[in-house]
Design a protein around this ligand. Structure first.
Ligand SMILES: Nc1ncnc2c1ncn2[C@@H]1O[C@H](COP(=O)(O)OP(=O)(O)OP(=O)(O)O)[C@@H](O)[C@H]1O
Ligand SMILES: [Mg+2]
Length: 262
């Protein structure tokens, strides 16, 4: 759980009056319909909602993959909505890590080359790239998969490689869109535990999108979204690190509802 001291520091992400309206033929889809919230350094925040509620739209805008129709996204001191395409590309490469549901590994590269790839955009030498990539593959428990091509690994192994690739540049913020959506429940818990441990150890901020309430219960805070609007923000999360696989969810402390907005 985030300590109160974290909440007294300046937010790392500020979202103000955010709208994303898609035009489909004659109709307008309000994917985000006026969203405000803040996320603090070192927090693990889940954005929770049903299919079509606007979760991916929101995450893609936070990560600089899409531009808002209206409103502000301030990351650190940077106004994302004011950046040019070129600046957004630089921002994505330098400041954030992204973990996808479908892993998104390059099929023509083996595991270690995939992990090392983000470092090549930074002009790191090949020797140092491979060294760093090897470190992170060890950290996420796939050191023995270096030479494997993506289609020679299980889903869980591919997702670990995807996590190593997101972490290798030591990003301040990690965005994850349904990172365990394609994994079984045991591997899901392993991946969750891994993400929770690493962001804590490295004081990074993790923003995870999910439709799964059980998974979301491990976040420090849950931002609930319905039809492009926030309906509530809950505080208090379980630690996947202290739980064994046998721990029944019912035995845990229920999360507290703190405030309801909109
Ligand atoms: N490029 C687009 N063009 C038009 N409409 C879009 C586009 N992208 C998303 N939408 C619409 O915006 C709404 C929110 O979509 P979004 O992908 O953010 O939902 P989601 O919460 O991530 O859902 P899921 O859990 O199924 O991934 C949906 O109604 C969707 O149809
Ligand atoms: Mg989505």
């Amino acid at each position: 759980m985030a300590e109160t001291t974290k909440n007294m520091s300046a937010p790392v992400i500020r979202v103000k009056d955010l709208y994303k309206i898609y035009r489909v033929g004659e109709t307008k889809v309000r994917a985000l319909n006026g969203v405000d919230f803040e996320i603090y350094k070192g927090e693990f925040v889940a954005i929770v909602g049903t299919s079509g509620s606007g979760k991916s739209t929101l995450l893609n805008m936070l990560a600089g993959l899409e531009k808002p129709t209206k409103g502000q996204i301030i990351i650190g001191k940077t106004h994302m909505e004011k950046l040019t395409e070129k600046q957004l590309v630089a921002f994505r490469r330098e400041k954030v890590g992204f973990i996808f549901q479908s892993y998104n590994l390059l099929n023509t590269m083996n595991a270690i080359e995939n992990v090392a790839l983000p470092l090549s955009f930074r002009g790191v030498s090949k020797k140092d790239r491979l060294k760093k990539a090897r470190e992170f593959m060890s950290l996420v428990g796939v050191a023995d998969q270096e030479k494997h091509m993506p289609n020679q690994m299980s889903g869980g192994q591919q997702q670990r490689v995807g996590i190593a690739r997101a972490l290798v540049v030591n990003p301040q913020i990690i965005f994850a869109d349904e990172p365990t959506g394609n994994l079984d429940s045991k591997t899901t818990m392993e991946v969750l535990r891994l993400m929770q441990r690493i962001v804590r150890e490295q004081q990074q901020t993790l923003v995870m999108v999910t439709h799964d309430n059980h998974l979301a219960s491990y976040a420090d805070r849950r931002i609930r979204i319905v039809d492009g609007k926030i309906t509530g923000i809950e505080t208090g999360g379980r630690s996947a690190l202290e739980e064994t696989d046998k721990t029944a969810p019912e035995a845990q402390q229920p999360a507290q509802m703190e405030d309801i907005t909109v």
